[in-house]
Design a protein around this ligand. Structure first.
Ligand code: SIN
Ligand code: MN
Length: 265
């Protein structure tokens, strides 16, 4: 998959691209099963909400084969290499559950704000890919983005260690109000297999999920290899230290895994 010139312009201007139907229902069934497998693991990488329900499985590409393949999928890695203009490595990988009834808030933040402050990543030459594993609707804690906010650079932020189980550099209300008055707020929704690519400085958040429907999303945080982090304060499985360029796999890598898995059953 290659992004068109108008998609690249759109990304530059608004800070995100929404790509419905990137993956088939067969491919997503494999990932849905993989998500329930990793959330059931008792490992340090799997963080829980205050109720004990899973919140995030970090580095799932290092201990789950389906997520390993997703992390090198050409439909994701090739467009990112186009946007970041060269070879890329995996800075962070997370499977976020946002479970029915219990999934808690992600406060307003910029991911690059954290990568710069905590990991000493030199430039915002890094971005996120969100892959919807469940259907994302207005009701189940969708992602909210402030278009064009990536153009304003890193905003001042406070380190919130209390609101949720995951520490985050969050923006204050005045900053969010001003940015949203200018750019509005968009809430991409869609079927499993939809993808959102967004700039490391794009301001985003998501509300709690009080609906009866799960909202699992996988995030690949990808950085140009020359822009790798310089500071190793956070655990290796949160901010990776393997800066090897990702070699995209074949386009049918997940489909093949689905067929192999069915055969052994
Ligand atoms: C994030 O911003 O890193 C996660 C947000 C979410 O999963 O809702
Ligand atoms: Mn984020």
């Amino acid at each position: 998959m290659k992004l068109s010139a108008s998609q690249l312009r759109d990304f530059d201007e608004n800070g995100y691209l929404f790509l419905p139907d990137c993956f088939s229902s067969e491919e997503m069934a494999v990932l849905r099963r993989a998500a329930s497998e990793v959330f059931a693991l008792d490992r340090q990488e799997v963080w829980r909400e205050s109720t004990g329900t899973p919140r995030t499985a970090f580095a799932a590409h290092t201990y789950n084969e389906a997520f390993r393949r997703l992390g090198a999928h050409p439909r994701l890695i090739n467009p990112v290499m186009q946007i970041l203009d060269g070879p890329v490595y995996m800075h962070q990988y997370k499977v976020n559950a946002k479970a029915a009834f219990d999934g808690e808030v992600w406060q307003w933040h910029q991911d690059y704000g954290t990568w710069q402050r905590d990991d000493d990543m030199p430039e915002p030459r890094a971005m996120n890919i969100a892959v919807f594993v469940d259907e994302v609707t207005a009701a189940n804690g969708p992602l909210m983005f402030i278009p064009k906010s990536h153009q304003k650079g890193v905003q001042k932020a406070g380190h919130d260690l209390e609101t949720t189980s995951y520490p985050l550099w969050t923006l204050d209300r005045a900053t969010v109000t001003q940015l949203a008055d200018e750019g509005g707020i968009v809430v991409p929704t869609g079927a499993p297999g939809s993808v959102v690519m967004f700039h490391g400085n794009l301001v985003h958040a998501s509300p709690p999920n009080i609906s009866p429907w799960n909202r699992t999303i996988v995030y690949l945080s990808i950085c140009h290899v020359d822009n790798h982090i310089r500071r190793f304060k956070r655990a290796e499985w949160i901010a990776h230290r393997d800066f090897t360029a990702i070699e995209p796999l074949d386009d049918d890598c997940l489909k093949e895994f689905a067929r192999d898995a069915l055969e052994v059953e």
